[in-house]
Design a binder for this molecule. Structure first.
Ligand code: HAM
Length: 417
C-alpha cells in the first residue's frame, strides 16, 4: 500500500494548491480587518485536554480521536479541533493579563477518525476564530459576521445561517429533566449508544446520527423552551445585532452541536447542495470551557469552518477562484554554453522578481517552445550558439509572435520592463 495514502486523507497537488492559497489569503485579510491575530498551536496535545475540553460523551472523544502513547508513556492526541488548544494556550501564556479581550484565529489540519465520504475526511482543514473575554451578544454577532463576510467575498452569498440558544448550565438542568422524562418511556427504542448517553449526557441524544433516534427526539422538548431570562435576552440581543446588519438567519430550535462545551448561542452555516455533510461552518459560545481547563471564569465564543467544504461548495456552485496562471518568462537555449548562460540569466531574472523557467533536460528548441506555451509564458528568450557568439539573445513576445534581438548586457533591463 505504499502507493496509497491512509483512508480519509488527501494530497493537495501543486495544480490544486492555488485555490487553497487564495482562500487562505482572503481569510487572513479578513482576520486582519477584524483584528483577529493568528495563533499556531501544536498538531498534538495531551489527550486529557480534549477529554475535558470537548467532552467525554461526545462522538469526537468516544469514537474519533487519533490517540497514542508516546515513547515517554504519555497519552497524546492529534488535535480533532482547535478550540481546546486555543484555550490551553490562552491559559498557558496568561493572555488575559496582556489584554482582557483576545481575538484569535487559526488555520490548519485537524484529525478525526470519521467515516470518510464527500466532505468528510480523517485529516481535514479548519479555519477558526475564538474571541475570549466578552459575555456580550455583540461578540457572538462579530464571529458570525466575519464568517459571512469571508463566504460572501468568495461568492457564497446564499448559505443558510441557523442559530439557536442551548442556554446556560441552569437552563440545561431544567431541560435535562424534561428530556429525561420524555425519553424515559422510549429507552428501549433508542440505539445502545443513546441508552448509555441517557444516564451520562442525555443532550447528546439530540445529536445522534441514528435515524430511529432522530425520529424519536424530533418531538422532544427543545432547550429553547427552558431558557432563563438572561439567556433569552442574550439570544434576543444577538438577533437584533444580526438584523441590524441585514443578516438573514433562521432560528433552529433543534440545532445542538456535537461538542460539550457550548453554552447559550450555537450556530451553523450550511449549504444544502453538499448533501449529508452540509455544514460549512459551526460554532457558538463556550462560557465554561476556560474554567473547565483550570483557568478563571472567562466567557468566549467562536466557530470553525471546514476549508474542504468551502472549496466543495464553490465547486458545486461553479465558482472559480481567480488563480494566477502563467509565467513571465521562459528561457530556451541550445548547446552547452548557451545553457550555462541561460541558467545564469534565469537566476538574475528571478532575483528581479520575474516568474521564470527553463528546460532542464536538453530538449530541442521546438520542444522548449512547446513547453513555454504550455506554461503560459509571456515572453521567451532564445539563446543559441549563434546569438551567444554575437553577444545577443532573441526575445519573443508570445502573444503577438514579435521577435527582437537584444544585447545580452541589456537583457535583464529589457525583460523587467
Ligand atoms: P465542528 O462542528 O466539529 O466544530 O467543526 C467545524 C467544521 O469543521 C464543520 O462544520 C465542518 O465544516 C468541518 N469538519 C468537521 N469535521 C470534518 C471532517 N471530518 N471532514 C471535513 N470537514 C470537517 C468545531 O470543531 C469547533 N471547534 C468549532 C468552534 C470553535 N466552536 C467554538 N469555537
Amino acid at each position: 500500500m505504499l502507493t496509497n495514502g491512509p483512508r480519509g486523507t488527501n494530497d493537495i497537488l501543486p495544480q490544486e494548491v492555488g485555490k487553497w492559497h487564495i482562500l487562505e489569503g482572503k481569510i487572513r485579510a479578513w482576520c486582519e480587518r477584524y483584528r483577529f491575530g493568528e495563533i499556531r498551536t501544536p498538531i498534538f496535545e495531551h489527550t486529557e485536554l480534549f477529554l475535558r475540553g470537548v467532552g467525554e460523551t461526545t462522538d469526537i472523544v468516544e469514537k474519533e480521536m487519533y490517540t497514542f502513547t508516546d515513547r515517554g508513556d504519555r497519552s497524546i492526541t492529534l488535535r480533532p479541533e482547535g478550540t481546546a488548544s486555543t484555550v490551553r494556550a490562552f491559559l498557558q501564556h496568561k493572555l488575559a493579563g496582556q489584554a482582557p479581550l483576545q481575538k484569535m484565529y487559526y488555520m490548519g489540519p485537524m484529525f478525526r477518525y470519521d467515516r470518510p465520504q464527500a466532505g468528510r475526511y480523517r485529516q481535514f482543514h479548519q479555519f477558526g476564530v475564538e474571541m475570549l473575554g466578552s459575555s456580550e451578544a455583540i461578540a457572538d454577532a462579530e464571529t458570525i459576521v466575519i464568517a459571512l463576510d469571508i463566504l460572501k467575498e468568495l461568492g457564497l452569498n446564499d448559505l443558510e445561517v441557523h442559530i439557536n440558544s442551548i442556554g446556560c448550565p441552569q437552563c440545561r438542568q431544567v431541560h435535562k429533566e424534561k428530556l429525561m422524562e420524555f425519553l424515559g418511556d422510549r429507552l428501549s427504542e433508542l440505539c445502545p449508544d443513546c441508552v448509555s448517553r441517557f444516564e451520562r449526557n442525555p443532550l447528546r441524544i439530540l445529536d445522534c446520527k441514528n435515524k430511529k433516534c432522530q425520529a424519536i427526539v424530533s418531538d422532544a422538548p427543545a432547550v429553547m423552551t427552558c431558557l432563563c431570562d438572561e439567556c433569552r435576552t442574550h439570544f434576543e440581543k444577538l438577533q437584533s445585532y444580526l438584523q441590524k446588519l441585514n443578516v438573514k438567519y433562521e432560528v433552529d430550535t433543534n440545532l445542538v452541536r456535537g461538542l460539550d462545551y457550548y453554552t447559550k448561542t450555537v450556530f451553523e452555516i450550511m449549504y444544502s447542495g453538499l448533501g449529508a455533510q452540509s455544514t460549512v461552518c459551526g460554532g457558538g459560545r463556550y462560557d465554561g470551557l476556560v474554567e473547565e481547563c483550570g483557568g478563571p471564569s472567562t466567557p468566549a465564543v467562536g466557530f470553525a469552518m471546514g476549508l474542504e467544504r468551502v472549496l466543495l461548495t464553490l465547486e458545486k456552485m461553479d465558482i472559480q477562484l481567480a488563480v494566477p496562471q502563467g509565467i513571465d518568462l521562459f528561457i530556451a537555449s541550445m548547446g552547452e554554453e548557451a545553457q550555462v548562460e541561460a541558467f545564469s540569466l534565469l537566476h538574475q531574472c528571478r532575483a528581479h522578481g520575474l516568474k521564470a523557467e527553463m528546460d532542464y533536460r536538453k530538449r530541442s528548441l521546438k520542444a522548449q517552445m512547446k513547453q513555454a506555451n504550455k506554461l503560459g509564458a509571456e515572453k521567451v528568450v532564445i539563446l543559441g550558439e549563434e546569438e551567444l557568439n554575437k553577444g545577443q539573445a532573441i526575445i519573443r513576445l508570445m502573444e503577438t509572435g514579435e521577435q527582437l534581438e537584444v544585447e545580452l548586457s541589456q537583457l535583464t533591463e529589457k525583460l523587467k520592463g
